[in-house]
Design a protein around this ligand. Structure first.
Ligand SMILES: [Zn+2]
Length: 245
């Protein structure tokens, strides 16, 4: 199935946290969206691969994804290898997304950094006709990066004010990962995401980026290339005024 936007993550829940609102907003505009995670999350401190697969499916339903898939790259061992590039090339050629989201290439978790490199390289290679991966060559128009732990100066921020509630519901599908008042928590397992204030920090970040663009909630993105505009007058419409008339 051809997609408009496809987000890659190393682990289930990475994408929801960083660009779940944007996927919901794109869905509301009528675009077909998808998420592919490279690993099954079997190394996660909390939950198990089986539980995380179920939570991933629940979240995909809430986000309204047309496609959600888990690849079988070992968790904690995402490496830039030809075999892994081929897996991503196959996914790109199968779903033919116009744009692709990938993790920012600077991160604390090595899997996130390697996923970033893998997706960027595979997105280019996928367009080369002589690479045989079972389907015709295809190159997405743009690879767009989302942040995890480390921030960047965004190239643009998507207004997700109308999508934030749905995003937090999708994040909430990962019951094994996030703190819940409704169950007995394991004695402090040391994970950041297991802390009660983690979801608050997501809310705060979305608010902060929303505030920068004069919206209630926002998600920041980075592109490596300069953005081409044909008509800056049209592009910078009245919504760019800080003080609205
Ligand atoms: Zn992750």
């Amino acid at each position: 199935m051809d997609l408009d936007a496809l987000a890659f993550g190393a682990h289930a829940d990475d994408v929801e946290l960083a660009c779940g609102g944007t996927l919901v907003a794109l869905g509301a505009l009528g675009y077909r969206t998808g998420v592919i995670v490279l690993t099954r999350g079997e190394m996660g401190t909390r939950g198990s691969a089986k539980i995380r697969a179920r939570e991933f499916a629940d979240s995909a339903g809430i986000l309204g994804l047309a496609v959600h898939r888990m690849l079988d790259i070992p968790d904690g061992r995402v490496e830039v290898t030809w075999a892994n590039k081929l897996k991503i090339i196959k996914a790109l050629r199968a779903h033919r997304p116009k744009i692709v989201f990938a993790p920012y290439w600077v991160d604390r978790h090595p899997d996130h950094e390697q996923t970033s490199h893998l997706v960027r390289q595979a997105a280019y290679l996928s367009g080369l006709a002589k690479i045989e991966a079972g389907r015709p060559p295809f190159r997405p128009r743009k690879v767009i990066y989302y942040p995890s732990r480390f921030e960047f100066t965004p190239s643009f921020i998507v207004d997700i004010s109308g999508a934030h509630e749905q995003k937090m519901k999708a994040v909430g599908a990962y019951k094994s990962q996030f703190y819940s008042q409704d169950r007995v928590e394991p004695e402090s397992d040391g994970t950041l995401i297991g802390r009660p204030d983690f979801l608050e920090s997501i809310e705060t970040r979305d608010r902060q980026y929303g505030g920068i663009i004069g919206a209630k909630y926002g998600e920041p993105f980075l592109v490596r290339e300069a953005i081409k505009l044909n008509d800056p007058v049209e592009f910078f419409g009245p919504e760019y005024l800080w003080a609205r008339p």
